[in-house]
Design a protein around this ligand. Sequence first.
Ligand code: SF4
Length: 268
Amino acid sequence: MTFRSAEEIEHELDQIWEAMNHSIEMGCRHEGILPGGLNIQRRAPGIYKKLTGISLDTESLALPKDRIDPLSHIDWVTLFALAVNEENAAGGRVVTAPTNGAAGVIPAVLAAFARFDASVDRQAIHTFLRTASAIGMLYKRNASLSAAEMGCQGEVGVACSMAAAGLAAVMGGTPAQIENAAEIGMEHNLGLTCDPVAGLVQVPCIERNAMGAVKAINAARLAVLYGNGEHCVSLDKVIETMRQTGVDMQSKYKETSLGGLAVNVINC
Ligand code: SF4
């Protein structure tokens, strides 16, 4: 609010959420092969059809009437993340949150929360986004959001931590529980390398966002439903650990495509 009025901030938060939703919907609609030469098939439209039994030809995403599989919520989170990252890989519009390669984690967690809980309102969505942003700023200030400096822990790891905090906040977590959720979200991404096959943000990036989103939900629930905010690793300590790990990480694992999957998976 140093730079903008409260109304402007609310309006821009609406725009961010609208753009995130749009990327999910576009990702569920667009079929075919992703550009770049790896011949990666877009999976989101097929998963959507399997989950709902229908094609996405309506204005907004439908939910199935009977969800027989109790774990299918996880599949929806996966779907939302894949949809956003397939859009990113195809040059579609996504919200850089905190980077384009990790753009699917936050929308997937927020979309799952918003779609499966009928009581979610505009303020809850804003609280989620504000909280996630505040956590992201800590990483930016005290470490880095760049995979070239930190590996994927600085992209998907940070997105996971941000989403975990956002979800913890709208679940009614205390500041200590929110901080705990953010810490858990990063603690179990420490050391995550960046090794995109053929230099394209497709493999492992697209699936990795789905894994990051599910992990964020797990972190938030662990912190809020089964914790009281007390924990031995603070968020500040885990951010510093991420920074040190990133500094120590060999450059071939930092967005150079010279190590890891990038050299072991030549052709998909
Ligand atoms: S592997 Fe690298 S390019 Fe892919 S999402 Fe992670 S940081 Fe981004």
